[in-house]
Design a protein. Structure first.
Ligand code: NAD
Length: 318
């Protein structure tokens, strides 16, 4: 019988690519989404849809009784700034939602594996210089990062105490087709739109701040591998956590140049005042995902931004 997967947030940017990849790998896929930001057109035609909030009893019942082999949990409030202005709403979706599903996994006869979308961009502190390895000190700077880390502690607890197979994938800055400008790599979507409008790219500060931009197809493949990989024993927080990035720092100026090349544009770059409190350097060490999941990034920045621009162009011409 075909393996079965539940993808929460499967109508969103990354979740819809995870659903695509699981279907391509032979899974029967159900997408659970409340469509608060997700879109119907993102959901693959072959997937079943459950329009539910991850905090609902019906969502828990689906996880418990759905006979799933894996639950890929991506549904979340993803806006870091919103988490600062309304940490209660953020924790409600991002902590209580995950906990509701984890309790259902504990009660599920099928004992599904739980693959959680965490963040490498927001859980590590600024104290140690990058690249951040999984064992690096955690010191989240936002309620969003705190909520993600809190869920990771729950995963570790459920692994140790209840024998749940739970994996945390700590994504760097994910970009690609269908992305939303509010996400952690929102700058790529914003640059795409401006390039297609033939407007200059605006860079905050000197543009030398770095991020680790990972292509969404690579992230989706990491979820498929994490659904089946042999897992180490769950003793401590980081045992079943894997960074998913490229390990390569890219400055905003470097990103702007790569995107201008991809668009065939030689336009100006405008500088705006630096944003207060912005992290200057962030990229992750991805070697553990290589040895633990058999995963490595495959799509270079040049190829990835071209695929992304092509998609934005088609969406605009729509
Ligand atoms: N985009 C990034 O760079 C990045 C980086 C690190 C981690 N992540 C994580 O990856 C996951 C996916 O992010 P994304 O960028 O695809 O965001 P997205 O907003 O495109 O997708 C989130 C999806 O979850 C759904 N959703 C939100 N609240 C829900 C609820 N209470 N019940 C059911 N569905 C709900 C939304 O409708 C949407 O379809 C999130 O958990 C996010 O925190 C993203």
């Amino acid at each position: 019988m075909a393996l079965r997967a539940l993808v929460t947030g499967g109508a969103g940017f990354i979740g819809s690519h995870v659903a695509d990849a699981l279907i391509a790998a032979g899974y029967g896929v159900t997408v659970l989404d409340d469509f608060s930001s997700g879109k119907r057109e993102n959901v693959p035609a072959a997937a079943e849809v459950a329009e539910l909030d991850v905090r609902d009893a019906d969502a828990a019942a689906l996880v418990r009784d759905g006979g799933f082999d894996v639950v890929c949990h991506l549904a979340a409030q993803i806006d870091v700034r919103k988490s600062v202005t309304d940490p209660v709403a953020d924790a409600s979706r991002n902590v209580l939602g995950a906990l509701n599903l984890l309790e259902a996994v504990r009660a599920a006869p099928s004992r599904p594996r739980f693959v959680f979308s965490s963040t490498g961009g927001a859980v590590y502190g600024d104290q140690e210089p990058p690249p951040s390895a999984e064992s690096q000190a955690k010191d989240p700077e936002s309620p969003y990062g705190i909520a993600k880390l809190a869920v990771e502690y729950y995963l570790s607890y459920y692994g140790r105490v209840h024998g749940i197979e739970a994996v945390a994938l700590r994504y760097a800055n994910v970009y690609g087709p269908r992305q939303d400008p509010r996400g952690e790599a929102g700058v790529v979507a914003i640059f795409c739109r401006r390039l297609l409008e033939r407007e200059p790219l605006v860079v905050f500060g000197d543009g030398l701040q770095t991020r680790d931009y990972v292509y969404v197809g690579d992230v989706a493949r990491a979820n498929v591998l994490a659904a089946r990989a042999a897992l180490p024993a769950a003793r401590r927080l980081d045992d079943r956590a894997y960074n998913i990035g490229t390990g390569v720092p890219t400055s905003v100026l470097g990103l702007a140049a790569a995107m201008q090349r991809a668009a065939g544009v030689n336009g100006a770059i405008t500088h705006a005042p630096a944003r207060q409190g912005e992290q200057l350097r962030s990229f992750v060490d991805v070697r553990k995902a290589g040895s633990g999941l058999g995963w490595a990034p495959e799509v270079s920045l040049d190829v990835g931004v071209r695929l992304t621009l092509d998609w934005f162009r088609r969406a605009q011409d729509g």
